[in-house]
Design a protein around this ligand. Structure first.
Ligand SMILES: Cc1cc2nc3c(=O)[nH]c(=O)nc-3n(C[C@H](O)[C@H](O)[C@H](O)COP(=O)(O)OP(=O)(O)OC[C@H]3O[C@@H](n4cnc5c(N)ncnc54)[C@H](O)[C@@H]3O)c2cc1C
Length: 498
């Protein structure tokens, strides 16, 4: 039976492994850290539920609901209350509710008449003719105006990528926007006329997609997938090298526990720096790398003439096939700025703002330290004890990378100061946890196409070696689930063809 190695037990790797196993294909998942889920990390403690990484999944593709169903998690799925739809954007140093309808847009205080008129003019702005790849900032300046960029898009970009709108590529980071312009000549026309097309494909636009979590947080999903995979998930096992053989791939493994970072409540999940003890090897017919771009850059990959090579296996009959090393070093150039998640719990009477809704996004121009805050306990029930609320804030990203690296006490201080002005938070939190993501989210900056082409070349060149996950097919949880599900089809095709 042909077997497959999955590198990385984040949601992409677990999804791929889960579906391969369901197809009867033997899989082994190798995970460098001591837990499954990758950046997904939920903590239940004393009646609080803290979500450090992603908070919600956006159901942008039917494959996402399918996974929840196939994993047997439908009864544990939590959909937010309808009143939790409200989103706020900070302007004039206070949160203002984002308009939910065209009428709301024209009456909101969030934008001046100049910005509103710029949006009205958008359908008449011609397509970009020279085909140049633009940043999202250039795109919005051209199609709308600077105010819309500074007070809306900048905040959105911080919320999704913790990124810089002047660097992120509209084509790669917001491909649907780029496609709307290309196809319909306008974002507004595309929203109206593209509805039928989206319905046919089963895709839902991100701004309209239902979002959800689970009763015990998002960690429920990787835990359920890992439980069904059983002991085929090997934790504390870093894959450091791949060597192509006549039958497939030999993996060099370094096994050993990843220690927690001393003297800090930050859990540094970055396993590379830890002393890994035991070296061993494993053989598989195909390998799917579902780790991160920096880890991909460090992976040593030796290829031969490929599975179809006329030469026999290494050393057999005294013949050694010539090997060549894949140069994966360009992937180290992909930026992953650090992000700190600061989860704070307060008594209800410590907070003036009702905090009803999804949360607030903060544009850089407003001058706060935090990038935004999720009203976690308003979004889903059972995230805070009765009479309390949980606020999850983020610091760092491309905007202020150094802030993410501050010690937890300073992170809490800075966050409380911003929340005091914005939400009327008083006094010390009664619950607090900070987690640092030293490399949080890859920045799909202008020029990212080069890495995507390289990934396609690698799959073509190193037969039986596949790539999937957040650095390839989009950074949202939904994108990574779809990426994990789609790579299964490519692997299956390869195994059948061999
Ligand atoms: C703070 C934060 C908030 C976010 N919020 C949201 C949100 O609200 N909604 C949303 O949709 N998305 C959100 N995202 C994005 C989304 O969560 C991620 O893009 C997605 O979970 C990535 O999944 P993945 O499986 O591709 O990668 P990861 O989760 O990074 O998993 C990769 C795994 O591979 C392992 N690995 C790497 N190299 C090796 C190796 N050589 N050998 C063995 N193992 C290896 C790593 O240890 C890791 O466990 C957020 C991300 C962050 C960081």
């Amino acid at each position: 039976m042909k077997s497959v190695a999955i590198i990385g037990a984040g949601i992409a790797g677990l999804t791929a492994a889960f579906y391969l196993k369901r197809k009867g294909i033997p899989v082994t998942v190798y995970e460098a850290s001591g837990r499954v889920g990758g950046v997904i990390q939920s903590l239940r403690q004393d009646g609080w539920l803290a979500e450090f990484g992603p908070n919600t999944i956006l159901e942008t593709s039917p494959k996402i609901a399918q996974l929840v169903h196939d994993a047997g998690l439908q009864s544990r799925r939590l959909d937010p209350a309808p009143e939790a739809e409200a989103r706020y954007v900070v302007r004039y140093r206070r949160p203002i509710e984002m308009p939910g309808s065209p009428l709301g847009f024209f009456t909101t205080d969030l934008f001046t008449w100049k910005a509103k008129l710029a949006v009205l003019r958008e359908p008449f702005v011609p397509r970009r003719a020279d085909g140049k790849e633009e940043s999202i900032a250039e795109f919005v300046q051209r199609r709308m105006n600077q105010e819309f960029l500074d007070h809306a898009i900048d905040a959105l970009v911080a919320g999704v990528y913790a990124g810089d709108p002047y660097k992120l590529s509209v084509q790669h980071a917001f491909p649907k926007l780029a496609r709307l312009e290309e196809r319909y000549g306008s974002l507004i026309k595309g929203q109206i006329f593209g509805a039928g097309e989206r319905k046919r494909s089963g895709e839902v636009a991100k701004d309209r997609a239902p979002k959800f979590s689970f009763d015990e947080g998002l960690q429920v999903l990787p835990d359920a997938l890992a439980a069904q995979l059983g002991d085929t998930v090997r934790l504390n096992t870093l894959v450091s090298k791949l060597t192509q053989t006549a039958d497939g791939w030999r993996l060099t493994l370094s096994e050993g526990q990843v220690p927690r970072a001393p003297n800090s409540e930050n859990e540094i999940r970055d396993s590379q720096s830890s002393p890994l003890r035991k070296e061993s090897q494993a053989e598989h017919h195909a390998v799917v790398f579902c780790g991160t771009a920096p880890r991909l850059a460090e992976l040593k990959v030796e290829t031969t003439g490929g599975a179809g090579s006329p030469l026999p296996a290494d050393g057999a009959h005294g013949v050694t096939r010539p090997t060549s090393k894949l140069d994966l070093s360009p992937f180290s150039e992909i930026r992953y700025p650090p992000v700190a998640s600061v989860v704070l719990g307060f008594r209800r009477d410590q907070v003036t703002h009702p905090c009803e809704g999804f949360g607030m996004l903060i544009p850089k121009i407003e001058g706060f330290k935090i990038l935004g805050t999720i009203f976690s306990s308003s979004l889903f029930p059972n995230r805070a004890p009765a009479g309390h609320l949980t606020l999850t804030s983020y610091l760092g990203g491309e905007r202020y990378p150094d802030l993410a690296l501050l010690p937890p006490e300073e992170l809490v201080e800075l966050t409380c100061a911003d929340l005091c002005e914005l939400l009327g938070v008083k006094g010390r939190p009664v619950f607090q946890h900070c987690v640092l993501y030293p490399r949080a989210i890859p920045q799909y900056n202008v020029g990212y196409g080069r890495y995507r082409e390289l990934m396609n070349d690698i799959e073509n060149q190193a037969t039986g070696f596949f790539l999937a996950g957040h650095f390839r097919d989009g950074v949202s949880l939904g994108d990574t689930i779809v990426s994990g599900a789609n790579v299964v089809e490519r692997v299956e095709k390869f195994l059948i063809a061999r």
